[in-house]
Design a binder for this molecule. Structure first.
Ligand code: SF4
Length: 308
C-alpha cells in the first residue's frame, strides 16, 4: 500500500507561547474556532476514500484539545498510523499519558530546554515539563515505534545544544532533529527576532560541530534542518547535506519520480528561497537557500555560491 500522509489539526491553541513559535500569531486569531468530532470524522472519511493511511498532528498542542482523544480512537479504528508532535506538558502526568500513548505510533517530542528557568523563558509561561516523568511514562505506556526529538535552536538555548542532545541520548532518545527556527518576521519584528529567536547560521553550525564526534560515537540519527548548504564546514559539506530535509526531498523525488505536493519553483519550502548569489551554485537544484527573512537580520555574507 502506498504511503500517504495527512496533516490534521484538532484545534488552533497551545498552552505555551514559545519565543520562536511561527503559529502564535494565528493562534490568537483562531482561539474561539472549535473543531468537533464530526469535523474530524468528515475529514477522516474523505481521505480514507483516497487511501490515506498516515496521519500527523503537527501544530499547536494536541493533548490539550477536547476532541483529541476521541479523534485518536477514531483514526485507530480505521487503521491509520498516527504521528503526534508534542511539547510534553501532558505526557509527564501519569493518568494522562496512560490515556493517550497507547493510540500513538510515532512520537515527536519538542525539547528546547531542560531546566525550569530555561523552559519558562522559552515557552513564555509558568509551565514546567518534568522530563524524567515523561520518559518514565513513555517507557510505561507506549508501544515504541518511532520516537524522535526536535530541538529548535534559539538565542536562549544555542549555547546549551550539546547538553540538550547529551541529555536526550542519556534518556535513550537517539533520533534528533536540530532545526533552525522559522523567522516569523512579519509578526515579531527585527529587534525581537534578533534578541529571542534567530542566531546566525554560523553560530548554530559552531555549536552543531561540537556534537558531531559525540553523535557518531553514540550512533545517533541526526537531522540538521533548514540550513543552507554553504554554511556547512567545507570539509564536511557532503556529509552534512545528507542530514538535511532538502536532500531527503530530492532523494524522495528520485524514488517516487513524481512531484510531491511541493513544487519548489512555485512555493518557497519552509520560508526559504534561493537568491541571486545562488545562481551559479552547484547545489542550487537541491538546496532550498536561506530563510527569506535572513537578509533583513544578518545580510547574506554567510551565503556564498559553491562552484565546484
Ligand atoms: S549559494 Fe545558495 S544554493 Fe548554494 S548552497 Fe548557498 S544558499 Fe544554497
Amino acid at each position: 500500500m502506498n504511503y500517504k500522509r495527512l496533516e490534521i489539526y484538532t484545534w488552533w491553541t497551545c498552552n505555551q507561547k514559545c519565543t520562536y513559535c511561527m503559529e502564535y500569531p494565528n493562534m490568537q486569531q483562531a482561539w474561539n474556532k472549535k473543531v468537533t468530532k464530526y469535523d474530524i470524522l468528515k475529514k477522516l472519511i474523505k481521505y480514507k476514500k483516497d487511501w490515506y493511511n498516515h496521519v500527523t498532528y503537527l501544530w499547536w498542542e494536541p493533548f490539550i484539545h477536547d476532541v483529541f482523544l476521541d479523534s485518536l480512537k477514531i483514526w485507530k479504528k480505521l487503521w491509520y498510523k498516527i504521528l503526534v508532535t508534542t511539547n510534553c506538558t501532558t505526557l509527564h502526568i501519569d493518568n494522562q499519558a496512560s490515556k493517550f500513548l497507547p493510540f500513538i505510533d510515532e512520537l515527536f517530542l519538542s525539547v528546547e530546554a531542560i531546566s525550569v528557568e530555561d523552559q519558562q523563558k522559552i515557552s513564555r509561561t509558568k509551565n514546567y515539563v518534568n522530563w524524567e516523568w515523561v520518559f518514565k511514562n513513555i517507557k510505561k505506556y507506549w508501544k515504541w515505534t518511532l520516537l524522535k526529538a526536535n530541538i529548535v535552536i534559539t538565542q536562549d538555548n544555542k549555547n546549551k545544544l550539546f547538553n540538550l542532545v547529551e541529555f536526550l541520548e542519556a534518556n535513550w532518545i537517539k533520533n534528533i532533529a536540530i532545526t533552525y527556527p522559522d523567522i516569523a518576521y512579519k509578526y515579531y519584528w527585527k529587534k525581537y527576532v534578533l534578541e529571542n529567536i534567530s542566531p546566525t547560521y554560523t553560530e548554530c553550525i559552531t555549536e552543531i560541530e561540537k556534537l558531531v564526534k559525540f553523535w557518531e560515537e553514540k550512533e545517533m540519527i541526526i537531522k540538521v534542518v533548514d540550513f543552507p548548504f554553504c554554511v556547512f564546514p567545507k570539509d564536511k559539506i557532503e556529509r552534512y547535506i545528507k542530514l538535511t530535509d532538502d536532500y531527503d526531498y530530492q532523494t524522495r523525488l528520485k524514488i517516487t519520480h513524481k512531484e510531491d505536493l511541493l513544487d519548489r519553483w512555485e512555493t518557497s519550502p519552509r520560508m526559504r528561497k534561493n537568491w541571486k548569489k545562488c545562481k551559479d551554485c552547484k547545489y542550487k537544484k537541491i538546496c532550498w537557500g536561506p530563510s527569506i527573512h535572513y537578509e533583513k537580520l544578518y545580510w547574506l555574507d554567510e551565503i556564498n555560491c559553491i562552484k565546484n
